[in-house]
Design a protein around this ligand. Structure first.
Ligand SMILES: [Zn+2]
Length: 310
C-alpha cells in the first residue's frame, strides 16, 4: 500500500482522471468519507472540467463534466434558478433543447418550463428527490410557458398547475387538455428516453385518449406525486460505462392491471403504524461509487485551490 505522502501525490496527479491508472490509488488514499452526502454534494457550486460521464445509479451516483442548460432558450425557461439544479449530461441538455424546439414548432406548444435537473456534480440532493443524481433526469412542468420572459422572482414564485383532482383521482379538465397529451407523446418519442414518470391519473387519461396508438405509453410510468410535473429519465449514454441502467420496463402499455393496482394503492386507507417509523439512514459520501468520491475530492480541491490564489 502506498504511504500517506505518495498517496496524496497520486491524488494530485490523477485529479479526477477516472482512468484505469488512477482508481486504485484513489481508493487507497483516504479514509472513508463519513460526511452526509447531500450536504456535501449540495454545496458544490460548479463542476470541474472533465469528459462527461454519468456514474452509478440514478439514485446513488454523480455526474462528471456536466453541462448547464441555458436558463432561457427560445422555447424553454428554467424555473427555481436559486436551486442551481440546471446541470446534466450533454445528452440531457441536447434532449431538452430538441424537445422544446420540436413541441414548439410541430405541436404548437408555447414552450417548456423546466424544473430540476441535477446539481453541478450531481449526487444526492438537499431536498425533493431521491434520484436526479447522475445528470440524466429532468422535471418538466405540464403548465405551458408564458409568451414572455419570466423574471428571476417569478421563476421562484410561480406555481405549477396541478393536473389531478385529489378528491376524484382523475385529471382536472380545467387544466388538462390534448396539448399535454401531445407534449407527453412527443417527449416519449425519442430513443434516448428510458421512461417518463407521471401521476397514475395522468397515465389513465393518456390510456383513455391514445386510441389505437398505445405503443408509446410503455415508457410512461405511473409513480407517486408527479401531478404538477412529469419526470423524464434518459438511458445510460454510451460514453458512461459506470452508469447503471434500471431494470427493463414491462413489455406492455401498462394500461390494464398495473394501472388498476395503482389506484387500489392510492385509494387504500393508510394503516396506523404500531410504532414510529425508524428514521431513514442518511446516505454518506462513502456510500457512493468510488469514482464519485474521487470526483468530489477533486472538485473540493479545485475550490480550495482557487480560494487560496484569490
Ligand atoms: Zn423528478
Amino acid at each position: 500500500m502506498a504511504d500517506k505522502a505518495s498517496s496524496v501525490l497520486i491524488i494530485a496527479i490523477c485529479g479526477v482522471a477516472l482512468t484505469a491508472a488512477c482508481p486504485v490509488a484513489a481508493e487507497e488514499a483516504v479514509a472513508p468519507d463519513l460526511r452526509e452526502a447531500k450536504k456535501v454534494f449540495g454545496a458544490i457550486k460548479v463542476p470541474v472540467k472533465h469528459p462527461p460521464q454519468a456514474i452509478g445509479q440514478y439514485d446513488r451516483g454523480c455526474i462528471a463534466g456536466a453541462q448547464s442548460l441555458p436558463v432561457s432558450g427560445g422555447s424553454w425557461q428554467v424555473m427555481r434558478l436559486s436551486r442551481n439544479r440546471i446541470w446534466g449530461h450533454p445528452l440531457l441538455v441536447r434532449y431538452i433543447s430538441k424537445l422544446a424546439a420540436d413541441v414548439h414548432r410541430l405541436d404548437g406548444w408555447s414552450g417548456i418550463l423546466v424544473g430540476d435537473m441535477a446539481q453541478p456534480i450531481g449526487g444526492p440532493l438537499l431536498g425533493g428527490h431521491a434520484s436526479h443524481q447522475i445528470g440524466l433526469d429532468v422535471d418538466l412542468w405540464y403548465t405551458p410557458m408564458p409568451a414572455r420572459a419570466l423574471s428571476a422572482d417569478e421563476r421562484e414564485k410561480l406555481s405549477a398547475d396541478n393536473m389531478v383532482d385529489p378528491a376524484t383521482l382523475a385529471v382536472n379538465m380545467a387544466v388538462w387538455t390534448d396539448a399535454q397529451v401531445n407534449l407527453l407523446r412527443r417527449a416519449a418519442s425519442y430513443p434516448e428516453v428510458a421512461r417518463i414518470f407521471v401521476h397514475p391519473a395522468v397515465k389513465k387519461a393518456l390510456c383513455e385518449t391514445a386510441g389505437a396508438d398505445k405503443g408509446w405509453l410503455q415508457k410512461i410510468r405511473p409513480w407517486y406525486k408527479h401531478d404538477d410535473h412529469f419526470h423524464i429519465r434518459l438511458n445510460c449514454p454510451s460514453d458512461s460505462p459506470g452508469c447503471v441502467p434500471q431494470a427493463a420496463i414491462p413489455p406492455d402499455d401498462g394500461c390494464g392491471q398495473e394501472l388498476d393496482d395503482w389506484f387500489k394503492k392510492l385509494r387504500a386507507v393508510p394503516k396506523k403504524p404500531t410504532k414510529p417509523p425508524e428514521p431513514a439512514k442518511p446516505m454518506l459520501v462513502s456510500d457512493l461509487p468510488k469514482e464519485c468520491q474521487s470526483l468530489l475530492r477533486a472538485t473540493e480541491q479545485s475550490v480550495r485551490g482557487k480560494a487560496a490564489t484569490n
